[in-house]
Design a protein around this ligand. Structure first.
Ligand SMILES: [Cu+2]
Length: 343
């Protein structure tokens, strides 16, 4: 009798372990969400994501501002008297993100992530200077994040993770290019590759399973830890909230919808080499935003023998609300495609 009971328990346990090890498309959240899952003891995961972001139009608050009005707007350096010399027209960023995960135990997963980015910004000169357009480019390594994920609660229906991380300032804050003003100008804040500060990250991730549906929430807070960077400024705190839901159509295909809220406080200090009269992009007054985005994604996992358990995630994100302090460019579209593989 006792043996039978022990055997039943053993079979039940191994059934659940095996059930958990089956890779399903929705075992991971939307591709843009980091730290949504943990790994089993001894497991490694490698990932590569390609992301693109496009920005167009300058806005003040929620209102679009045309290019001439941008150049007639008072800049942050002039007590409402001077204007901007240039107006941003558009910006595009490509980002290659490389990630690694390793689980020393079932309750702890370590994560490292870095990126390589390239950016282009088009600006228009003021009418007095001819009104022509010019481009500036920057590229290089971004900041590097080291994160630990701790298992708070984990059963078949609910998984809760607490994450703490440190962002290392591996991204340059001295990206330069040729502008009409100088052959070697330090570019605006958004053209730089990193924050220049050690930043602390906290997040809480929760996922509930309801049949073929999953509902996930992630709360994230990021704060510059090391005071102002070497160029005398510090990015404002970031507060982000994601809520998403996915539906698994078949074992290897799921789709998701995500609402993302992103708030960033205004910048503290300013880069003393950036002349705020040149462009809204160089004016530290033009920082702080409230954004709500809507994302649609698809997750695929390969269950056949060749390339088994390789995953692909794709997500497109569209802004539905943007409230910007001062004059900032509006986001128009974000796209991300990623590959993940665990061994
Ligand atoms: Cu992973």
């Amino acid at each position: 009798m006792f043996n039978f009971l022990a055997l039943t328990i053993l079979v039940t346990i191994s059934f659940f372990i095996n059930a958990d090890e089956i890779q399903l498309a929705d075992s991971h959240g939307p591709i843009s969400i980091m730290g949504d899952h943990m790994h089993k003891k001894g497991e490694f995961m490698f990932s590569y994501r390609f992301g693109q972001m496009k920005m167009n139009n300058v806005a003040n608050g929620t209102k679009k501002i045309n290019t001439n009005s941008v150049m007639l707007s008072p800049n942050g350096a002039s007590n409402n008297l001077g204007n901007y010399m240039n107006a941003p027209i558009s910006m595009k960023m490509n980002m290659h993100m490389f990630g690694g995960m390793y689980a020393p135990s079932d309750d702890l997963t370590l994560m490292i992530m870095t990126s390589y980015q390239d950016k282009i910004m088009t600006q228009q000169r003021m009418p007095m200077a001819g009104g022509s357009r010019f481009n500036v480019n920057s590229s290089g390594l971004g900041d590097t994040r080291i994160t630990s994920l701790i298992n708070i609660f984990n059963n078949d229906l609910t998984k809760t993770i607490f994450g703490t991380g440190l962002s290392l300032p591996t991204g340059s804050i001295d990206q330069r290019d040729t502008t009409p003003a100088s052959s070697n100008t330090r570019l605006g804040y958004s053209m730089q590759n990193g924050t220049g500060t050690y930043d602390l990250l906290f997040f809480l991730n929760n996922i509930n399973k309801i049949g073929r549906f999953k509902i996930g929430e992630q709360l994230l807070y990021k704060k510059a830890l090391s005071g102002k960077n070497s160029k005398n400024y510090q990015y404002g705190d970031v507060f982000e909230f994601n809520i998403w839901s996915s539906y698994r159509w078949i074992d290897n295909v799921s789709s998701s919808i995500k609402i993302n809220y992103n708030y960033q406080k205004k910048m503290n200090g300013s880069d003393n080499e950036m002349n705020p009269r040149m462009s809204p992009a160089m004016d530290s007054h033009n920082t702080r935003h409230n954004k709500i985005n809507l994302g649609f994604g698809v997750n695929l996992v390969n269950t056949s023998k060749i390339f088994k358990n390789h995953r692909i995630g794709i997500e497109g994100t569209f802004p539905i609300y943007q409230n910007l302090r001062g004059l900032q460019m509006q986001e128009t579209f974000r796209f991300m495609i990623g590959w993940q593989y665990a061994i």
